[in-house]
Design a protein around this ligand. Structure first.
Ligand SMILES: [Zn+2]
Length: 285
């Protein structure tokens, strides 16, 4: 196995370990509990979880999803979040390892930023599913990360290509993205509250879209908005069909996870998606 294979395994393992910690964040942060103390324990019998029982993915499989002490079932969501973290960290590594152009430093920092943002999106999505809220460390954190990232890549790339505004003015690109993402969803929220005569969406979703724009620019914010409303509608219709929620009822459907899903597609396949869409029209001319 070459160096690339070793780095692929390392990326997956790192993602699974980070996601293992995110499981703690997802459970404890909305409840106002510390993420470091007390150490992990079984919620049923309070037996402490030893280090070798806390290895991501593997421990869950070895214990067959049960507490080693009292045999109480552990939610399969723990292993699913760990697998998701591993898979997304691996995909991000492969994306940046194969990315054409860009110097090593910019690509390494880009990968780090993607890993951090993927972690924030996993935490935000599951907290939103459970509590219908998006914490500030995800939304405001994402905006700060995006602005810092663009300021750095602008400074370090040294590639002031006047024909490409993204490399010429990276920080302006980031600010324009923030304004686009935040502004568009703020308008949707405003129109929704007028149409339904009640709050249709939380401000957390608006801040989250601002973060997507700050990180990936105005075009990615637009692609994310379109995809997330598509994913959200499909999920909403499916939930109504399964009678889990009533249309027009007061069961809130979290929007954050669909923004994150749309953002992931925009991150990995955004330019191809825009090309494909534009080709639909140019092919007929
Ligand atoms: Zn137990």
């Amino acid at each position: 196995m070459g160096l690339r294979g070793i780095l692929c395994i390392y990326s997956f393992a790192l993602g699974a370990c980070v996601a293992s910690f995110l499981n703690v964040v997802i459970y404890r942060v909305p409840r106002g509990e510390s993420v470091v103390s007390p150490p992990s324990h079984c919620p049923k019998c309070a037996a402490p979880i030893k280090w070798y029982q806390n290895i991501p993915v593997l421990s869950y499989l070895a214990l067959r999803g049960k507490c080693a002490n009292c045999r109480a079932a552990i939610s399969p969501r723990y292993i699913l979040v760990e697998l998701l973290g591993g898979a997304l960290f691996l995909a991000a590594f492969m994306f940046w390892a194969d990315a054409p152009g860009g110097n090593f430093c910019v690509r390494a920092v880009s990968l780090l930023v993607w890993w951090i943002w993927i972690s924030l999106m996993i935490a935000g999505s599951f907290i939103d599913f459970d509590h219908q809220l998006l914490p500030d460390f995800v939304t405001v954190g994402g905006m700060v990360l995006g602005l810092a990232y663009r300021a750095f890549t602008g400074a370090s790339a040294g590639n002031f290509d006047f024909s490409d505004p993204v490399t010429y003015l990276p920080l302006a690109h980031s600010i324009a993205g923030l304004a686009t993402g935040f502004g568009l969803l703020w308008l949707v929220r405003w129109a929704g509250s007028k149409a339904f005569k009640r709050e249709a969406m939380g401000m957390g979703d608006v801040f989250l879209m601002g973060a997507v724009g700050a990180l990936f620019g105005p075009a990615a914010a637009l692609v994310t908005l379109i995809l997330s409303s598509l994913f959200g509608s499909v999920a909403g219709i499916a939930m109504v069909a399964l009678a889990k929620t009533r249309l027009g009822g007061f069961t809130p459907i979290p929007y954050g996870p669909y923004i994150c899903l749309g953002c992931l597609v925009a991150m990995f396949r955004g330019p191809q998606l825009v090309d494909w869409y534009l080709n639909l029209f140019t092919a007929r001319i």
